[in-house]
Write a protein that binds this ligand. Structure first.
Ligand code: ADP
Ligand code: MG
Length: 691
């Protein structure tokens, strides 16, 4: 900020204009996404502590958090199961132990030298009576008053202490009062924006801590509404932008479309009928379809891909179908060729394995329009691949693709203002709570019916101590002609380690089960080798497939009816559900055994119970969301799609509903203002026309 030209907008005021923010701090702030004073103002506390009153030590109750003050009466190192430092804090009403498991000699001497100590922390029942583990503490000095406000705790202030960060917030708030923010949603709410922000950063001592900690304070509700409205506006603007593009307009499905249904050899489920109609109707428009099809594992999504590609073919258009792995691409080729070749649709496979002359010839055919349906991996979307007339892009199991890849795909086959139709098929359900209006600019179809004749997978949760019994069970199953998967997982370890673990298990099992023929598939193999072994398993030449999570997506071996998953407590529910979906594909009753290592925490137990009692992917996703919070779900689902600063879709369902209306109104009343709201709340790298 220069003297001459005072900035009049917090969003243009860089953090380094604040007192005490130098280059090093500026860098640290940048790491948590904070560049401007406005960013600081919207980086809200996620928790509050009441440090406004000093409590008598004798009055503390286990489970509560207190600000205490007293003298250190005794300090010593204790040698129990773990070495720790304990200091006893005493006032006229009682005494409490302050325990440190990590401590230095210096800290010990320092504590000993303090005349009077003030500390804050949660009281628990310890070995010596009431104790606080690792309290925050400092020397109590006369000039240090109790705090006037509730103490806010901020998310991720990596590299700086909360108290340092609070000072910066204080500076930012004084700027806020100098330059109040434009109230972009004033028509939807009564409380003034600046007042809300001030309150949430520095709640007065008499504020209701519990209400604030639950996120239900009116000031929080107001800001949640603003934030959710911003997300709704963003999605609506994106949709509008997409509608502005051109796409080939198809005519209604014809004879071939109906003939391919005969080739399937089964009746479509009602859900398949409905969703295939939604897809074909979308392609009758002259703007591109963007449809997300969510269908649980085994719900029959491939059929939809077949139908849509025939529809495109009938209109002289090519289709590209992208799978996340070569294994799946090859499986799609096999399935789709059986259905489509008889009706004269030309199908090909393009992966990184197709090389040299064969590759060049294939490119030529694609370019000359001799191929109707090109199936492949991301190799399909490299620059050298030029379609003659690409009308439809289908992406299978898209949760494996990042957001950026999806946007790159959207550009493939697009000129400035035209784009092919696009369907994304996923088996990772977006919880219903999230799907409407917040998550995606796409239309959403739900394939919520499994083809008839499936017996649900029976799931058991077992301690890994019962490994020998389980091995016997696998033996029995394989001897009676069933096939089984044994999945080895190591979360947070390298893929190399995971492969090694699978190799170990495979030789262990081979030794114990000499009559069972065992195959091994892991990410360390070439895709040809992986594929060869999978085919052996599919043909029934292998009884047991020891594998890593590479097996997760889409693999179809109907005779496999038993699955063992090791370390299941460490996987996400969505992933477990995906894995389990590899069995239960035939008419045989199938079993899934989830092994865990003891001790199993209460939450882990609950999570595995969800798996044990439900086979419904949507229900499981909803539970996963409840137990982990949306942040984590989106981490696994699609990082970066929806990051909320204050709202919580689970908690704020009513506000979410309200935000839909608010967004519509705001867009009608003042589109520029609506765009400013998006900019204020949402950080995103993707390009959206907000200029
Ligand atoms: P998804 O990709 O949704 O997991 P698939 O498309 O691989 O499921 O289908 C799973 C299995 O169900 C396949 O063997 C497929 O041929 C079969 N299938 C699909 N639709 C039907 C249907 N309507 N009736 C009977 N079987 C079906
Ligand atoms: Mg599939």
């Amino acid at each position: 900020m220069t003297e001459k030209q005072p900035q009049n907008d917090l969003s243009k005021l860089p953090v380094e204009s604040l007192k005490g923010v130098g280059p090093s701090l500026q860098n640290k702030l940048l790491k948590i996404g904070i560049k401007t004073v406005e960013d600081i103002v919207f980086h809200l506390p996620y928790r509050y502590e009441d440090r406004t009153r000093i409590s008598p030590i004798g009055s503390v109750v286990t489970g509560g958090a207190y600000l205490l003050e007293g003298k250190i009466s005794e300090i010593k190192v204790m040698y129990g199961r773990r070495r720790s430092l304990i200091a006893f804090l005493e006032d006229s009403s009682g005494r409490i132990g302050l325990r440190f498991f990590y401590f230095s000699k210096r800290q010990q001497e320092n504590l000993d030298s303090l005349k009077k100590v003030r500390c804050y922390g949660e009281v628990r029942q310890g070995a010596t009576g009431p104790e606080i583990y690792h309290p925050e503490y400092s020397e109590a000095k006369i000039e240090n008053h109790e705090s006037q406000n509730l103490t806010p705790i901020y998310p991720s202030t990596e590299g700086m202490t909360q108290s340092r960060y609070r000072k910066i917030v204080g500076e930012a708030l004084s700027q806020l009062h100098r330059l109040p923010l434009e109230d972009l949603t004033s028509m939807t709410s009564s409380t003034n924006l600046t007042t809300c922000l001030q309150y949430l950063h520095q709640p007065p001592a008499d504020a209701e801590t519990d209400l604030l900690n639950e996120g239900r304070h009116p000031a929080q509700k107001r800001l949640s509404l603003d934030e959710l409205t911003a997300h709704q506006v963003r999605i609506k603007l994106l949709r509008e932008e997409l509608k502005g593009l051109k796409a080939p307009k198809l005519s209604i499905p014809g004879k071939l479309y109906n003939r391919v249904i005969d080739e399937f050899g089964f009746q479509l489920t009602n859900a398949q009928k409905l969703v295939s109609t939604e897809i074909s109707e979308n392609m009758l428009n002259d703007f591109p379809m963007h449809r997300l099809v969510q269908g649980d594992v085994g719900s029959g999504k491939t059929v939809l891909a077949a139908l849509a590609s025939v529809h495109a073919h009938e209109n002289g258009l090519q289709t590209a179908l992208m799978a996340p792995t070569e294994l799946l691409a090859e499986q799609h080729l096999a399935t789709l060729e059986t259905w489509l070749r008889p009706i004269g649709v030309k199908v090909c496979l393009l992966t990184a394995n197709v090389r040299g002359l064969a590759r060049r010839e294939l490119m030529k055919k694609i370019n000359e329009g001799e191929i109707d349906l090109a199936i492949g991996t991301h190799a399909l979307f490299q620059k050298e691949v030029n379609f003659k007339n690409l009308g439809l892009v289908i992406i299978d199991e898209q949760h494996r693709f990042g957001v950026n890849q999806r946007l790159a795909l959207r550009k493939k086959g697009s000129s400035d203002n035209s784009s092919p139709h696009q369907v994304i098929m996923t088996a990772t359900p977006i919880p219903r709570t999230l799907s409407m209006g917040f998550y995606t600019e796409m239309d959403v179809s739900i394939l919520d019916e499994l083809p008839p004749g499936r017996t649900p997978v029976k799931t058991s949760v077992l301690s890994s101590e019962r490994r020998e019994d389980i091995i016997a069970q696998v033996n029995f199953a394989c001897q009676s002609g069933r096939q089984a998967y044994w999945v080895c997982t190591l979360i947070n370890e390298s893929e190399a380690l995971e492969c090694e673990a699978a190799e170990k298990v495979s030789s262990e099992l081979q030794e114990k089960l000499p009559k069972v023929s065992i195959g091994l598939v892991h990410g360390g193999l070439t895709s040809q080798e992986k594929n060869r072994r999978m085919q052996e398993f599919k043909k029934g030449n292998l009884d047991l497939l020891v594998c890593t999570t590479v097996i997760e997506v889409g693999v179809d071996v109907p005779n496999a009816s038993l699955m063992i998953i090791e370390n299941s407590e460490r996987l996400g529910l969505a992933q477990l559900h995906q894995l389990r979906g590899r069995v239960g594909r035939g008419s045989e009753a199938s079993h899934c055994l989830l092994l865990y290592k003891k001790p199993l925490g209460a939450i882990s137990r609950q999570r595995l119970d969800v798996m044990r009692t439900s086979n419904d992917g949507f229900f499981i996703a909803e539970k996963d969301l409840e137990m982990r919070g949306p942040g984590e779900i989106f981490g696994t689902l699609q990082s970066g799609e929806l990051r909320l600063k204050i709202a919580d879709l689970q908690r704020d369902k009513e506000i979410a509903a309200e935000s839909t209306k608010a967004a519509v109104n705001l867009l009608i009343q003042d589109k520029e203002k609506a765009k400013r709201l998006v900019k204020r709340w949402i950080f995103f790298e993707e390009k959206i026309n907000l200029a």
